[in-house]
Design a protein around this ligand. Sequence first.
Ligand code: HEC
Ligand SMILES: [Cu+2]
Length: 313
Amino acid sequence: MAVGCGADSPDIFRPGGSAGHEIKTLSIQIFAILAVVLVVVWALLAFVIIKYRRRPEAEVSKTRGNLTIEIVWTLIPAVIITVLFVLTVQTTRQIAMPDPGAQFTTVGHQWWWEFAFPDQGFKTANEVYVAAGRPTSIDVESVDVIHSFWVPQMGGKVDMIPGRVNHIRFVPLKEGRYLGECSEFCGAQHGKMRFLFVVVSPEEYSAWVNDQAKPAAQPTGAEAVAGGALIKTIACGSCHTIRGTSLKGTFGPDLTHFGSRSGIAAYTLPNTPQNLLAWLQDPQAIKPECTMPTIPLPLREQQQLVAYLEELK
Ligand code: HEC
Ligand SMILES: [Cu+2]
């Protein structure tokens, strides 16, 4: 499904961030060491099976243990574990970096992502931009259960724990559109809790921040104008904010620039008018148990809402 929204596949062997590179190198080192262990163990096994096969005339050996061998095969795994430990600690230290100050806060909700930029005075959802080459620090929180923030190609994951602020830091290196996901089982729609993590040049990043900080665009098309008037009179505003209008709800995603996003409902569907119509008609069919109720409205009004929301670029 993600392919429709144009994100790269979340492949840790094609990293796009500093920590992702270190983790990839470590994974390959560990894989190589364990592959050698596997081959040696299989070779020894084959040797023993063939050499010491049961023969009718042979006496059962009555030797009791061999101290040297016991010591050797205790030491070898201890050495292997120590090597793995040292490599892991080294990687952890390489990933650690000085705090550049948090750029934004990510808040986990069942089952979508809030991105808050308090300094620039805006919030957005399910899609966030960062500047390539700039050390990035993200504060990570949750409003309900434990989630886990993970952009596989950027680097490690970090738990989002209610009542606690965690951090994740890395340098996004390669421009691109990366898939982020929740990596801690958090309920019915855990599998449909994803986001788009977009790495762009510093100039494009500033442009994105400027656009997002603006209040919502005034609708222009006739359908959109009707939708803009309608949305103020129905339940949407109790959960959604559209900055510059009377909608000030904070329970659901901020919709001020909804039209600029690539996905709908935490990247569950590509953002097209057809999909948005389907979402507004029955969110519970698309994400059963999600916290947006199905609100019955005439088709005509649903179409007006779609026209309005898609204009909110
Ligand atoms: C009871 C609260 C509530 C009400 C009322 C509500 N919504 Fe939602 N809405 C949500 C939640 C929560 C989500 C996120 C669902 C998810 O992804 O799991 C959501 C998601 C959305 C999305 C997708 C946002 C995104 O970034 O993917 C749109 C668009 C939307 N709602 C529009 C509306 C409209 C239009 C109305 C009024 C007809 C409305 N909502 C009424 C809670 C609500
Ligand atoms: Cu989650």
